[in-house]
Design a protein around this ligand. Structure first.
Ligand code: IMP
Length: 425
């Protein structure tokens, strides 16, 4: 069984925790898009681990992780992450594989990310890690891939062209000083030597793994509404976070994917700019943000929080082909008197049932809410659906109806044990 785990909201749905539960059912864990803008948190024995580029399932011994061709890699961030995990006895020497077709992030990408963000009329609120500009170079066909980085002649040539071009841009558009080729070349040649033992042809590596009947788990980063094609464009990340991205971003055919599991939080959050129709008013925002510890795992920025939006989650279930969903952070709603679910929108007196592509229209959509009674009981110790208070069961059943797929996993706390499978697993 080969599974894709995908975020069905704006990222930060708790995919790291779901992947951790699923890892027993996988041999090879694959990241297929994004970069170190992602932050997947896993808590084991009271210890918190945050993964940015390395597949989070690697906490389990004996697993192998591939950073696929669709990922953009900042070598410094990757080596740093490997070093920090190694210091905590997570053995990565043989466990981490890197696709030779993945693109490499350079300091000029990061600088451009920050400069462009400062110049934009409407900020996107990027993580400032150089993700977008690196994907721009990939699409513009001037990017530097891991294979190029590891070939000294190709690397020297491509880096020189890129540095020259970026320096022209820095001077003309931003009146910024140039970046020096020599120091950059030396630094990145050092990274190439350190990463070389991990580099493989990603697609061939997975083909061989499948031939040996290994099971693959594709770890989506960010979420459907941040997908470059299907999200709230332009307030999106620059990659395909949806399940389809697993094929192009790892180099496997669609026919090898057997199961797509969507992950939703019991409410909604988003970091960065862009519309969020169900956003809470300030009092409720603070309450949920504090209880849910809603601060970015990568940047520490406070997340914007709101009620569950069934319109966007249904859009995500369809786009990804989710056969079931996992619901996380149910416990954060434990003390609510009443819970709202957005079941549609109103715009200029007109009912809107589906997620619209027009971002201006979306920004002015008023949510139509359905109210359900809260349960006002702690759910952190529940070990099965039957253990949940009846109002929590009603809430989850209503989500299933609205999404049109069953809930297969429920998480009620950050600890590994605070999650249980339902009969739909
Ligand atoms: P970028 O990916 O840094 O270009 O940022 C683009 C948008 O995606 C911004 O709104 C970010 O806050 C958001 N974003 C990027 N990565 C994540 C993530 O892992 N979780 C949630 N939001 C993210």
């Amino acid at each position: 069984m080969n599974i894709v785990v995908v975020g069905a909201q704006w990222g930060d749905e708790g995919k790291g925790k779901v992947i951790d539960v699923l890892t027993d059912e996988a041999d090879i864990l694959v990241r297929y898009q994004g970069g170190h803008n992602a932050g997947h948190t896993v808590i084991v024995d009271g210890q918190e681990f945050i993964f940015h580029l390395i597949p989070s399932g690697l906490l389990h011994p004996g697993k192998v992780g591939l950073i696929g061709n669709g990922v953009v890699i900042d070598p410094e961030a990757l080596l740093d992450e490997m070093g920090r995990l190694a210091a905590r006895h997570v053995d990565l020497e043989r466990a981490v594989k890197i696709s030779d077709q993945a693109h490499v992030i350079f300091p000029y990408h990061k600088r451009l990310d920050l400069l462009e963000e400062g110049r934009r009329a409407g900020r996107i609120g990027t993580t400032g890690r150089g993700i977008g500009p690196c994907y721009v170079d990939k699409v513009a066909r001037c990017g530097i891939r891991v294979a190029d980085l590891c070939n000294p002649h190709v690397f020297a040539d491509k880096l020189r062209q890129n540095v020259e071009e970026k320096n022209r841009l820095f001077a003309a558009l931003y009146q910024e000083p140039p970046i020096a080729y020599d120091t950059l070349h030396e630094r990145y040649s050092g990274y190439a030597r350190r990463l070389a033992p991990h580099v493989v042809n990603g697609s061939r590596f997975l083909q061989e793994a499948l031939r040996q009947h290994k099971r693959l788990l594709f770890e989506g980063a960010q979420g459907t509404l941040l997908d470059i094609d299907h999200g709230t464009y332009p307030y999106v990340t620059s990659s395909n976070a949806t399940a389809g991205g697993a094929c192009t971003g790892a180099g496997v055919p669609p026919t090898v994917i057997n199961r797509v599991l969507g992950v939703v939080k019991a409410y909604t959050t988003r970091v960065g700019e862009g519309p969020l129709p169900t956003e809470f008013p300030p009092g409720l925002m603070d309450r949920v943000r504090t209880k849910g510890k809603e601060f970015g795992a990568t940047t520490g920025r406070p997340r914007r929080c709101g009620w569950f939006d069934a319109v966007v989650a249904r859009h995500a279930v369809w786009l990804n082909g989710c056969q079931s969903v996992a619901v996380t952070k149910l416990d954060v709603l434990d003390d609510m008197e009443t819970i709202q679910i957005c079941v549609g929108y109103q715009h200029s007196g007109r009912a809107i049932a589906e997620f619209p592509s027009d971002i201006e229209l979306f920004a002015h959509c008023e949510p139509v809410y359905e109210s359900l009674p809260g349960w006002q009981t702690e759910t952190g110790e529940a070990a099965s659906f039957a253990d949940l208070p009846v109002q929590a069961q009603q809430y989850l059943r209503r989500l299933e109806q609205l999404l049109g797929v069953p809930i297969c996993l429920i998480s009620t706390g950050s600890r590994r044990e605070q999650a249980f499978k339902t009969r739909h697993w």
